[in-house]
Design a protein around this ligand. Structure first.
Ligand code: C2O
Ligand code: CU
Length: 487
C-alpha cells in the first residue's frame, strides 16, 4: 500500500496518485469487507506521452455489506472509481479503449477542450466502437483541472453501473497541498441482494430522474478517509450520479472552493454550491490537528442532510500554519468578446405530448443504433427533441456558430425541474441569472434552476459538431440533447 498522503512527497511520487488518494476504510455497518480501495496501477509516466488502456467490461465489486453479494459493475479498471489518470499540463494523452462489452461504446472526455474527432460521440464524431474492437484517443488537454470520462450511449445503464474514470491534469506551479484526494460521489440503484434495479422509468425520465438508494463515495458507503493531521487537503469532489444534486458541506472544518469543473475560482468559503450530475468542485480544507479526530462530509441539498463520508486525521500533526487558501493559476480559456457577441436563446422545455417512436422503425433504420435513440421523448431544446423529424438521418444542429465569433447563450428553463446543461469541447463563461446572484466563473456544466434564465458565453474557437445536453442522463436520453455546429 502506498503512503496515504502522496502529495507531500515529491512531484514524481504525486504522479503515482490515485490509489493512495482513494485509500479509505469502511465504517462499521458499512460495506462488508471493503477495508480499502486497492491502488489502481499508476497510469502516468514522466515523459511527454501518457499512455493508458481502458478495458470496458463487467467486473464484480462489493457495494453492499453481506449478506448481499458483490454487484455486477461495468468499469474501465479493476475497481470503481477507476482509473484515475493523472498527468501534467502539457503532456499528451494516448488512451486506448478496449470494448469488452456486449454493446458498442465510446469514451467522451467530459470538460476537455479537445479536437472534435477525439470527443467520443458515436456517429457524430466517430464510428461507435463495436464489441471486441479498440479505439485510440489522442490529445493534449489544454487546461489543468479535475475532469472525467464516460460513455455516450446507453449511458443510463453504463454510468449507472459505474463506467466512469477521472482525468486529472495538474497545474504548473500554484499552491501546494498536503494531500490531494479524488472523491467520486454516486448513488447506486441496487436491491437487497446487490443486483441492479431498473435504471430508468417513464416517471423518472419525465420528472427529476430515477434515484438510487445507496449513496457512496468512491464506491464505499460512508467511508472513513484518512487525511494528514493538521494538513491542508485538496479534495476533488465529483458528482458522477445520473440524477442527484449534491450541495456539499464539510462539517467541523474551514472548507473553501478553489475550482469549479476543474476551472480555478478565486477561493471562497464552501457554502451553497449545488452540483448537478457531472459537475465538480475542488475544495481545500484543514484537517483536524489531532490524529483520530474526524470531520464529516454531508450532502445538504435536501432538507435531511445526508452523510457521505468521514475524514479522519492521521499521522503526526503537521506544523501549524495559517489556513489561507491560495488561488490556483488562472486558466487560459478564450475570453468571449461580450460587446460583439450574438445572443442565442436556448429554451429547455417538456414536450407537449410524450412522443413514442415505432419500435419497428427504430430497429430498421440504419442509424438508429448509432444515434443512441430511445423510444420516447419527454424533453426538447428549442422545441426540437433529439432526434428530430424521423431517424433517416442525423438531425440538424440546434444552431450553427461562426468560427472565431463570440456568443451568449440565454439558457431558459421552462420546466419546474432542474437541468444541469453541458456543452462539449468548450468551457462556458457563466455571466448572470434572472433569479440569483451569480459568481462569475468558468464551467462545462451549469445547473439551471426551475424557471431560471441563465446567461453563459463562449468564444467559438473550436470547430466541429459539439453535443449540448442535459446531464440528468434520463433527460438526455429522452430528448434534451442536440448539437451545436461551429464552422
Ligand atoms: Cu459528460 Cu455529453 O457528457
Ligand atoms: Cu434535465
Amino acid at each position: 500500500m502506498t503512503h496515504p498522503f502522496e502529495s507531500r512527497l515529491s512531484r514524481r511520487s504525486l504522479l503515482w496518485a490515485g490509489g493512495a488518494a482513494l485509500a479509505a476504510s469502511a465504517v462499521g455497518g458499512g460495506p462488508g469487507g471493503a477495508a480499502s480501495i486497492a491502488a489502481p496501477r499508476p497510469a502516468t509516466a514522466d515523459g511527454d506521452l501518457v499512455e493508458v488502456e481502458l478495458v470496458a467490461r463487467q467486473r464484480f465489486q462489493r457495494i453492499l455489506a453481506e449478506p448481499a453479494g458483490p454487484s455486477p459493475l461495468i468499469t474501465y479498471a479493476e475497481r470503481f472509481p477507476g482509473p484515475v489518470i493523472r498527468m501534467r499540463k502539457g503532456q499528451r494523452l494516448r488512451a486506448t479503449l478496449v470494448n469488452e462489452l456486449e454493446e458498442h461504446t465510446s469514451i467522451h472526455w467530459h470538460g476537455i477542450r479537445l479536437p472534435n474527432a477525439e470527443d467520443g460521440v458515436p456517429f457524430l464524431t466517430q464510428p461507435a466502437t463495436k464489441p471486441g474492437e479498440r479505439h485510440v484517443y489522442e490529445f493534449t488537454p489544454p487546461d489543468s483541472g479535475s475532469f472525467f470520462f464516460h460513455p455516450h450511449c446507453n449511458t443510463v445503464e453504463l454510468l449507472g453501473r459505474g463506467l466512469a474514470g477521472a482525468l486529472i491534469v495538474e497545474e504548473e506551479g500554484g499552491p501546494e497541498f498536503d494531500a490531494d484526494l479524488v472523491c467520486m460521489i454516486k448513488d447506486w440503484i441496487l436491491d437487497k441482494t446487490g443486483a441492479f434495479g431498473a435504471f430508468t422509468s417513464d416517471r423518472g425520465a419525465s420528472r427529476a430522474g430515477t434515484f438510487g438508494g445507496v449513496s457512496t463515495v468512491n464506491g464505499l458507503i460512508e467511508p472513513v478517509i484518512d487525511v494528514p493531521a493538521n494538513g491542508d487537503v485538496r479534495a476533488r469532489f465529483y458528482n458522477v450520479d445520473s440524477s442527484r444534486v449534491i450541495d456539499l458541506k464539510v462539517e467541523g472544518a474551514d472548507a473553501w472552493i478553489i475550482a469549479v469543473d476543474g476551472n480555478p475560482l478565486p477561493p471562497r468559503p464552501l457554502d451553497g454550491w449545488p452540483m448537478g450530475p457531472a459537475m465538480r468542485v475542488d475544495v481545500v480544507f484543514r484537517a483536524p490537528r489531532e490524529a483520530g479526530r474526524t470531520i464529516r462530509l454531508l450532502n445538504v441539498y435536501s432538507a435531511e442532510p445526508k452523510p457521505l463520508a468521514v475524514f479522519r486525521a492521521a499521522g503526526p500533526s503537521l506544523p501549524n500554519k495559517r489556513f489561507a487558501p491560495r488561488a490556483l493559476p488562472a486558466a487560459d480559456i478564450p475570453k468571449p468578446d461580450l460587446r460583439n457577441a450574438q445572443v442565442i436563446p436556448m429554451a429547455f422545455s417538456a414536450t407537449a405530448v410524450a412522443q413514442v417512436f415505432d419500435e419497428a422503425l427504430l430497429t430498421t433504420l440504419p442509424y438508429a443504433d448509432s444515434l443512441c435513440l430511445s423510444q420516447k421523448t419527454f424533453w426538447a431544446i428549442n422545441q426540437q427533441s433529439w432526434p428530430e423529424g424521423g431517424h433517416e438521418r442525423l438531425p440538424p444542429p440546434i444552431t450553427t456558430l461562426e468560427l472565431g465569433r463570440s456568443y451568449v447563450f440565454e439558457l431558459a428553463n421552462l420546466t419546474p425541474h432542474l437541468h444541469p446543461i453541458h456543452i462539449h469541447g468548450y468551457t462556458f463563461s457563466v455571466l448572470s441569472s434572472d433569479q440569483r446572484k451569480v459568481v462569475p466563473h468558468h464551467a462545462d456544466t451549469v445547473l439551471l434552476e426551475p424557471k431560471e434564465r441563465l446567461r453563459v458565453a463562449i468564444k467559438a474557437d473550436n470547430p466541429g459538431d459539439w453535443m449540448f445536453h442535459c446531464h440528468i442522463i434520463e433527460h438526455q436520453d429522452t430528448g434534451m440533447m442536440g448539437y451545436i455546429r461551429v464552422a
